[in-house]
Design a protein around this ligand. Structure first.
Ligand code: PHB
Length: 366
């Protein structure tokens, strides 16, 4: 019997060769004026095409959505043309790739916007750091979005989804986790609005469903994934309160109304055992609630990945750092080979080093 991670799976109409998913990872190689995907990125993603599914790094849906240097966009025709080369190369290798659609909200910095302030549900400083063109800087107090601006952002998601389909992606993932814009709406600690986007659980969740409904107008819902990180506390500028987990309960229950490609959940990124209102076992809590296909992520090993699928707590596992240093990760799992270590110093550095120079198993053995 093959390892659970290596069994094929069908996500609605999309067949994956295995359940080893490449997690979305910011790699900051789109180091050009228009943040256009380039040949380095073509090679990087093609090298990793044996993943059951590649989820791309976060791609900003508009100029306003950016918050890190050299991250690629999904709003200009030049970017679409660049992504076309990436998706063609992945498909030529037999792979599947989704585009992650990203708006960082208050995690951005005035340095990205000619001195204008980043936007968020409410004017609450995340008190974190922003990685700007001039290095790390303290985040600022963002400007609260008006309702017409929120409607515009929903349209920006829709346009980016359309662009992603034009660029040949197999689907899109809505980045609604890790303390970025949509997540900022969910938590009452970052959203103190008193209109229809704040106050109640239903109101704080509203924007996500508006984004889903808008995207649904330009592509099949069967190819849309959603990412959530419910127990995010003390990092990425986020804090939880007693309403946070009930909010995610509501969101995840309601996602059952859509025939999504998958729900992508993260286990806590840090130790939340001392936080009384945090949920420490995300897959365990949400597997019985969510009826569709489930990806689980964050810090999994091959052994724990096989175990979580065997236990029926998730259908697929997304691996991040292991995919940086092991482009053919499923093959390494198949042969139970040791993994190569990733060099943190080149996670976000420009250029080929630490990006496309990790050998495959065959190359390493040669
Ligand atoms: C990061 O660049 O640190 C980063 C970006 C997107 C995420 C998480 C981390 O969702």
């Amino acid at each position: 019997m093959s390892q659970p991670l290596l069994r094929p799976i069908k996500l609605n109409d999309l067949e994956l060769n295995n359940r080893v998913i490449m997690a979305p990872m910011t790699r900051s190689r789109a180091a050009n004026e228009g943040n256009v995907p380039n040949d380095l990125m073509v090679t990087y993603y093609a090298q990793r095409a044996s993943a059951g599914l590649i989820i791309s790094e976060g791609t900003q849906i508009s100029e306003q959505a950016v918050g890190y240097i050299n991250t690629p966009g999904m709003y200009s025709q030049e970017q679409v043309a660049g992504w076309k080369k990436v998706t063609a190369a992945v498909h030529a290798e037999g792979g599947k790739i989704f585009a992650q659609l990203w708006h960082v909200g208050r995690m951005s910095h005035p340095d990205f916007h000619n001195g204008e302030f980043p936007v968020a549900p409410s004017a609450i400083n995340p008190n974190d750091q922003s990685y700007t063109p001039q290095g790390f800087k303290k985040t600022v107090t963002p400007r609260a979005l008006t309702i017409p601006e929120i409607k515009q952002i929903v349209q920006d998601y829709k346009a980016a989804a359309k662009n992603a389909m034009d660029a040949g992606f197999d689907g899109v993932e809505i980045h609604s986790s890790n303390g970025y814009l949509l997540h900022q709406f969910f938590n009452a600690t970052s959203n103190i609005r008193t209109d229809e986007y704040g106050g109640s659980i239903e109101n704080r969740a509203r924007i996500l469903f508006e984004v889903i409904e808008a995207i649904q107008e330009v592509m099949p819902i069967e190819r849309v994934g959603v990412r959530l990180n419910p127990s995010l506390h003390g990092i990425f500028g986020m804090t939880m309160d007693e309403e946070t987990i009930p909010t995610f309960d509501y969101i995840i229950e309601k996602l059952n109304n859509y025939k999504l490609s998958y729900l992508h959940l993260s286990e806590p990124f840090n130790d939340v055992s001392a936080i009384p209102y945090a949920e420490q076992n995300i897959a365990k809590r949400y597997r019985p609630i969510y009826k569709g296909s489930l990806i689980i992520n964050a810090g999994f090993t091959q052994e724990r990945g096989n175990a979580v699928i065997e236990a029926g707590e998730a259908d697929m596992v997304a691996f991040g750092v292991p995919f940086i240093a092991n482009p053919d990760l499923p093959e390494r799992f198949r042969q139970n080979e040791e993994l190569q270590e990733a060099d943190k110093n080149t996670f976000y550095s420009p250029g080929a080093e630490g990006y496309i120079d990790y050998p495959s198993l065959v190359e390493a053995k040669a």
